[in-house]
Design a protein around this ligand. Structure first.
Ligand code: MN3
Length: 201
């Protein structure tokens, strides 16, 4: 079965009051994400080794293989964006559930220290990519960054709880070149910490 872009769990205009306008989500979800999925389906169509494989399987089997780079880029971006839409909520309001707050405080020192580390990763990713809150195989929370379409599933760094897209298409309409402002606003007003906490497992 062909891969599909999942519906947004809120309307395209739902985050407009929180710093991500309707046009950003229309372009980002309906055009950019769709383009990755269309390209991925094209590769699967032409390659028997990919047919019937799950998205996770395609991401891990194509990672680090130069001849599969176009497959990896598009599969990775489908995986990343599918998480990204769930990582945002119009009702989040920066509220961190107690279980996650406790864990962030244990592993980073405080919620604010976590935000500083996450922001540093997001700003420090040169060019296009992602920053992540990950729970490692040792059970500790950490921050990671990946270039382009890569992600913690591919790199084996752990399970991604939250990921922010820092490709320019994700913030240029709302924040122009001010990536730090986009990231700070996302952490304070848009990030879905309830989802991250439930994903912690
Ligand atoms: Mn994107």
């Amino acid at each position: 079965m062909a891969f599909e872009v999942p519906a947004l769990p809120y309307s395209h205009g739902a985050l407009a009051a929180h710093g991500m306008c309707q046009e950003t989500l229309e372009l980002h979800h309906d055009k950019h994400h769709q383009a990755y999925v269309t390209a991925l389906n094209g590769f699967v169509e032409k390659n028997d080794a990919l047919k019937g494989k799950s998205l996770d399987e395609i991401v891990t089997m194509s990672h680090g293989k130069p001849d599969m780079a176009p497959v990896f880029n598009n599969a990775g971006q489908h995986w990343n964006h599918t998480l990204f839409w769930q990582n945002m909520s119009p009702t989040a309001g920066g509220k961190v559930p107690p279980a996650l707050e406790k864990k962030l405080t244990e592993d980073f020192g405080s919620v604010d220290k976590f935000k500083e580390a996450f922001k540093a990763a997001a700003i420090g990713q040169f060019g296009s990519g992602w920053a992540w809150l990950v729970i490692g195989t040792d059970g500790k929370l950490k921050v990671a960054k990946t270039p382009n379409g890569s992600n913690p599933l591919a790199t084996g760094e752990g399970k991604a709880l939250l990921g922010i897209d820092v490709w320019e298409h994700s913030y240029y309409l709302d924040f122009r070149n001010r990536r730090p402002d986009y990231v700070q606003n996302w952490l304070d007003k848009i990030a879905n910490y309830e989802f991250a906490a439930s994903n912690m497992g």
